[in-house]
Write a protein that binds this ligand. Sequence first.
Ligand code: ADP
Ligand code: MG
Length: 326
Amino acid sequence: MALGEFELIARHFTRPARRAVLGVGDDCALLSPSVGMQLAVSSDLLIEGRHFLSTVPPEALGHKALAVNLSDLAACGASPLAFTLMLALPRADEVFLRGFSEGLFALADAQGIELVGGDTTAGPLTVGITVLGEVPPGAALRRDGARVGDDLWVSHPAGGGIGDARLALEVFRGRVHLQGETFSQLRRAMEWPQPRVALGVALRGVAHAAIDLSDGLAGDLGHVLTQSRVGALLEWALLPRSSTLSALPLPLQRQCVLDGGDDYELLFSAPASARAAVQRAAAQAEVAVSRVGEVQAEPGLRVRWLDGSVLQWAARGFDHFASDDR
Ligand code: ADP
Ligand code: MG
């Protein structure tokens, strides 16, 4: 017999509440945030065919759905508390549900965060998550805090770089041909992003502004520049790239690194006087960071290439309602 809605929730999404006063199973969840903290709230919606390919393993989908939300909390410097899950499923597929919940809870456990509620309905495969976190008043890292003269930094995997998730997508689209372990590594970057929660927390009081890279470096940096009313210069030589990406033609590297998407790394600005503090924060969070440019007064985004020339780069990232795809 097919699994019903309530058995499905009970079997795959109900675990004893730990920190929450009341978890899954009532009309509301009840949480007790730490006294004096501000609540940080963020939601993300993932739709099959638009945000993920139908080839994604269910474990990876469970992981990524939560990871992209935690990445938003990280970009604010908030510590995660709990999350809710909105799920539309074409059918109650046990194999899918087992894998999905495994990937989801593995990351939840690793981050010490619990699932406290949600909604489940039949429909085209869609995963929505809302995460709740907390941050001391005034300590959240915002997009509007960058100042002229700040360094710009990005986090990245040690020994790796940004742009690999976009490169994996280009392989799936058949525009680039890579196989074996090289492709597996790129696919891991795309399907198993690691939210930089510890780094975000460690950057409280150090970074002036931060954003997570979900729609591409140029576009996401563009949001920071617009909201902070400043411009920026990026140094191509300093932008971290994996050995796989750096072996490919330059136009493809530019596309993946600057316009990329799905990196889920943190981009942040900090005063030059805080370089040692940034490195300490990164070491504490066990994440690599690279200084990649500086905030300037002149509006717009510029890139200095290896030959020393400086050119404008459109500060525009992926937009669901814009038809072009560069
Ligand atoms: P209501 O009808 O009161 O909105 P539901 O029948 O939708 O309640 O859900 C029953 C309980 O199961 C609620 O506590 C809800 O938060 C929880 N729930 C439903 N779907 C999910 C899900 N996908 N993950 C976690 N909890 C869920
Ligand atoms: Mg409901």
